[in-house]
Design a protein around this ligand. Structure first.
Ligand code: FPP
Length: 252
């Protein structure tokens, strides 16, 4: 029996090695869910002698480009960290500026999302946002219900720990049995597959309270590129590296 087990282990390893060598990157299926920590807007602006607000405006443009590229490649879900629960610590002027960028982005997006097939959903405690932003959020979510397309999840006033605490509270009041599935159903990301890839630009190598539950098996990619400089070509390189990674989910 032991001999048979060894035989099967060797054969399955050989098959795996063969498969790995055959990986045809350009033909590989794109990841279903890509998540991004868009860091480095401030430094990008400083390097150019511009105010930080210029960095956030440039960051919103990069987001538009990268979202379009993801859609063209067939990515189904794109989640981005636009404003964290910790970002309230920034100077009031900068907070106002990021909110302005978001408002401008959403106002434009509402006019084009149905044509471009870009659905939008929001993760985070949006109750604390301005009335105008809340109205734009409600409008873009309602519109998203009416068509199919790539799903963009914008994390605004989002934090992974608060999301987990909120899910625990919701589960407690539901009286459902506590299981991983029941817990997941209470997260902002309910019904969405976990991210295959999490990318962080801007040189830091941490998750900073982003998708703590959902990142359990995500492949992590860190780049020194500042978010406004992040390109479609760099994303292609990350997807190619992803296709070559061996995801075992704890197996062998
Ligand atoms: C991190 O860079 C970026 C943010 C906190 C804000 C992200 C917001 C945008 C890209 C604009 C709005 C987004 C969308 C989706 C329209 P940082 O300011 O921490 O940069 P630094 O580390 O160089 O200071």
């Amino acid at each position: 029996l032991r001999f048979r087990q060894r035989f099967f282990t060797i054969i399955s390893r050989l098959i795996k090695v063969k498969r790995r060598n055959q990986t045809n990157v350009s033909a590989a299926a794109p990841p279903a869910h890509v998540a991004v920590i868009m860091d480095g807007n401030g430094r990008w602006a400083r390097k150019r002698g511009l105010p930080r607000s210029a960095g956030h405006a440039a960051g919103a443009e990069t987001f538009r480009r990268i979202a379009t590229h993801c859609k063209n490649l067939g990515v189904k879900h794109l989640t981005v960290y636009a404003f964290s629960t910790e970002n309230w610590k920034r100077p009031a002027e900068e907070i106002e500026n990021i909110m302005d960028v978001l408002e401008r982005y959403l106002t434009e997006a509402i006019g084009t999302m149905e044509r471009d097939r870009v659905k939008m959903r929001f993760f985070g405690d949006t109750a604390m946002l301005s009335e105008k932003l809340r109205r734009l959020i409600a409008e873009s979510e309602a519109l998203s219900d009416s068509f199919d397309g790539v799903e963009v999840h914008l994390c605004v006033n989002y934090g992974g720990r608060s999301e987990i605490v909120r899910a625990a509270e919701r589960l407690r009041s539901s009286n459902d049995e506590i299981t991983a599935e029941a817990f997941e159903a209470q997260l902002y990301s309910a019904g969405i597959p976990d991210p295959d890839i999490i990318i962080r630009t801007g040189g830091e190598t941490r998750l900073s309270n982003f998708l703590l539950w959902q990142s359990a098996y995500s492949e992590l990619f860190f780049t020194d590129t500042l978010w406004p400089d992040f390109s479609e070509r760099e994303l292609d390189g990350i997807f190619a590296a992803f296709a070559a990674r061996d995801r075992r989910y704890g197996g062998v």
